[in-house]
Design a protein around this ligand. Structure first.
Ligand SMILES: CC(=O)CC(=O)O
Length: 721
């Protein structure tokens, strides 16, 4: 297979410098197929001020944030639209009009993704023979014949002496690597993997906290064409094995400990347990992470490195190995990593993504939607268990500095993440709605002058959090809510530098995402009516397959079972009259009370700023006798006297009397997935009679004791009704 020459030392190439002399991917593609024969999709639009006035549309004064018309001209998304016009690939009347750009991106997906590859100067080893050779779902064929390597792209864009990765620990310890160091270390670790006998397509597992070594290990794995799979070090060994044993990894990178909530958690024994639970494992590379100072006997024995049975080596051995001189060029659809679903419904499914699809998605989502550039410091609070870790590392594609934090977001106080933003000069910051709400409850006033964009994802951003952000953080900084998922390691709906932000709404469909809202019969739902979010055109980062799913049976069932040929994502979503979106929750957790569909998000939003509610969880349970029960669990911040009545009153006032739950049950704490998501579906299933051990993988829950509390409290209340 051809290889890229010497990628670890590659000189960064300026992005957006496509070679005009070569045939463009769209030209190649047009020769292969007739895009015009394909159906186009109806397009939602995000209105501009002039357009809105002309159409007598929504009152723009209700937009909480509006793009600066001068500043947008400098954004990458506008430069992309201008570039499309200049190269005759599109003919936009207004390059700052997001609606036009989006409509084009989904009417001609092959042209769009091909243009992305050219605009960002994707470094093909072998140029593909077209862009979208088969436009079907599942089974789309993207960039046939093209070969490349994501690892090479992660290393090429940053300046040698610029920080590539910075880790801040809970204790304030700071570790960093420049791009030159990242290149050198990942080439060496790649050499170590090769010396251990790792072949393209072999799996490399990681059991690590957030650490710079994890980034190096991932890049190294990609450079040799092996497949990365990671579970955070906070998972118990058997839960990590439930994910990774499916893959029979050859090599395991294992950390020794992590910090969380002011404590060091020594994980050496757990790592040893995991090693014994992975069939076919040949070698473990131990990385001394936060547990290194926690006692004697850290498992760092310098080992054989010979690829024999159960060898061991240290990180020092790995970075001291003979470096590879080149990355392995692999086909567009060569597997890059396996991401796992959160495991809240049965055994975690392994989602396999490819080099080319992830590269393109991660050029678009941070590069165009977040305007990420080489001079940015990009910090998204995440754990290695969540796809946002993968997305954040892809900030390297843009030459940015990627910030990692290992610890609790509210330790030693609720402002922990804001302090990192301030101290490190973070320019693009990502967090969860929950963190913003906690900041609001704590009445913080973060002083973060470096910030120019904040993103949130993971759950629904209530309108109150937008207003708080404007008043207490900045009215200059765009606060963009977005939603996509592990399934594509990317976004379906999001903001962009050219779109306004309306409180509690997501600004529009993401580029390349043909988002529609359908009713249960598969007909488009009118604006203002919640329905299923569907995607009607293929995207290159859709899963190549699920791990161990012969004939793609589970993959088809998961995404294409409801509407053949159309991706049903499982989100209950509404398109507003102005073309923005409101997500009401997961569609399988929808509350359907006496025929009225209610989104749990409206209930959370109604009580989100109540200072005495720390957390809430609502479910709707269809009962065996045909009845319907809707309990709301609340965890109080302090004294719970009178809380249930206050909660009921507020929901009736701010949502509607229909949203008032049948019961408000106060519990001391609530469970989530380890990525911070509410456990609506498993709790509902358990209350409907499912076996708790089958309804959820307890290892995927942050506090399994809290889950038991919720179930016991619910049963007790139901018994007394
Ligand atoms: C981008 C996302 O949608 C992240 C998530 O919620 O998993």
């Amino acid at each position: 297979m051809p290889r890229h020459p010497d990628p670890p030392a590659a000189t960064p190439r300026p992005a957006e410098s496509a070679d005009a002399a070569r045939p463009t991917l769209s030209e190649l593609d047009r020769a292969q197929r007739d895009d015009a024969a394909q159906p186009t999709v109806s397009q939602p639009a995000v209105p501009r001020p002039d357009a809105v006035q002309a159409e007598g549309g929504p009152d723009l004064r209700s937009a909480g944030w509006w793009p600066d018309p001068v500043a947008v001209r400098e954004t990458r998304i506008v430069r992309f639209a201008q570039w499309l016009n200049d190269h005759g690939r599109a003919a936009f009347a207004d390059v700052t009009d997001y609606r036009e750009l989006h409509a084009w991106s989904v009417a001609s997906p092959g042209d769009f993704w091909g243009a992305v590859a050219d605009f960002f100067a994707v470094d093909w080893t072998t140029r593909p023979g077209g862009t979208l050779a088969r436009r079907t779902m599942p089974g789309a064929v993207w960039f046939p014949g093209g070969t490349l390597n994501v690892g090479h792209h992660l290393l090429r864009a940053g300046a040698a002496d610029q920080d590539a990765v910075v880790l801040v620990g809970e204790d304030g310890e700071r570790t960093s690597l420049t791009y030159a160091q990242l290149r050198a270390q990942s080439a060496a670790v790649a050499g170590h993997l090769r010396a251990l006998g790792v072949e393209p397509g072999d799996r490399v597992a990681a059991y690590l906290p957030n650490c710079v070594e994890g980034v190096v290990a991932f890049v190294a794995t990609a450079l040799v064409g092996a497949v990365w799979a990671q579970t955070g070090l906070d998972y118990a060994a058997h839960s990590a094995a439930e994910r990774m044993a499916q893959l029979s990894p050859r090599v395991l990178f294992a950390g020794t400990g992590y910090r969380f909530g002011g404590r060091v958690h020594d994980r050496r024994a757990e790592a040893r347990k995991l090693r014994d639970l992975l069939p076919g494992l040949r070698h473990t590379i131990t990385i001394e992470t936060a547990g290194k100072r926690s006692g004697p006997g850290a498992g760092t024995s310098s080992g054989s490195g010979d690829g024999g049975a159960a060898g061991e080596s240290s990180w020092t051995d790995a970075v001291g190995a003979e470096p590879v001189r080149e990355s392995l060029s692999v086909p567009f659809d060569h597997p890059l990593w396996v991401l796992f679903t959160s495991g809240t419904t049965g055994r975690p499914k392994g989602i396999v993504h490819g080099h080319g699809g992830i590269l393109l998605e991660q050029l678009v989502s941070p590069g165009l939607h977040m305007d990420l550039r080489a001079d940015d410091t990009f910090f998204w609070y995440t754990t290695p268990n969540w796809m946002m870790w993968n997305a954040q590392v892809c900030g390297l594609l843009h030459g940015a500095t990627t910030m990692l934090y290992d610890g609790k977001p509210t330790w030693p106080g609720p402002d922990a993440l804001w302090r990192i933003v301030a101290n490190e000069g973070v320019t693009v910051f990502g967090t969860s709605p929950g963190y913003l709400e906690a900041s609001q409850r704590a009445e913080l006033r973060p002083d973060v002058p470096s910030l120019r964009l904040t993103g949130v994802t993971g759950s629904v951003l209530p309108a109150g959090a937008n207003a708080w952000f404007r008043e207490r953080v900045s009215d200059r900084v765009q606060l963009g809510s977005m939603s996509g998922g592990t399934d594509i390691c990317g976004i379906f709906v999001a903001g962009a530098p050219t779109t306004p932000v309306y409180d509690g709404e997501i600004s529009g469909p993401a580029l390349g995402a043909a988002v529609e809202v359908w009713d249960d019969e598969g007909k488009p739902a009118p604006a203002g009516t919640p329905g299923e979010m569907v995607i009607t055109e293929p995207m290159p980062s859709m899963p190549l397959r699920f791990w161990d799913d012969p004939g793609d049976v589970r993959l088809r069932e998961t995404y294409f079972g409801a509407f053949p040929g159309v991706w049903r994502h499982g989100d209950l979503i509404e398109r507003t009259g102005r073309g923005t979106y409101v997500i009401h929750g997961r569609s399988d957790a929808t509350i359907n009370r006496h025929g009225v569909r209610l989104g749990s998000a409206e209930i959370y939003a109604a009580i989100g700023d109540l200072p005495d509610v720390a957390d809430a969880l609502v479910v709707g349970v269809e009962e065996a006798d045909g009845g319907y029960w809707m309990p709301l669990f609340v965890a109080p911040t302090g004294d719970a006297a009178g809380l249930a009545d206050r909660v009921r009153r507020l929901i009736a006032e701010r949502a509607s009397p229909r949203h008032v739950p049948d019961d408000v049950i106060v519990v001391s704490r609530l469970p989530h997935t380890r990525t911070g998501k509410r456990l609506e579906v498993p709790v509902k299933r358990i209350l409907q009679g499912a076996d708790p051990l089958r309804a959820i993988d307890r290892g995927a829950v942050d506090d399994a004791g809290a889950l038991d509390l919720v179930i016991a409290a619910a049963r007790e209340r139901r018994g007394s009704r």
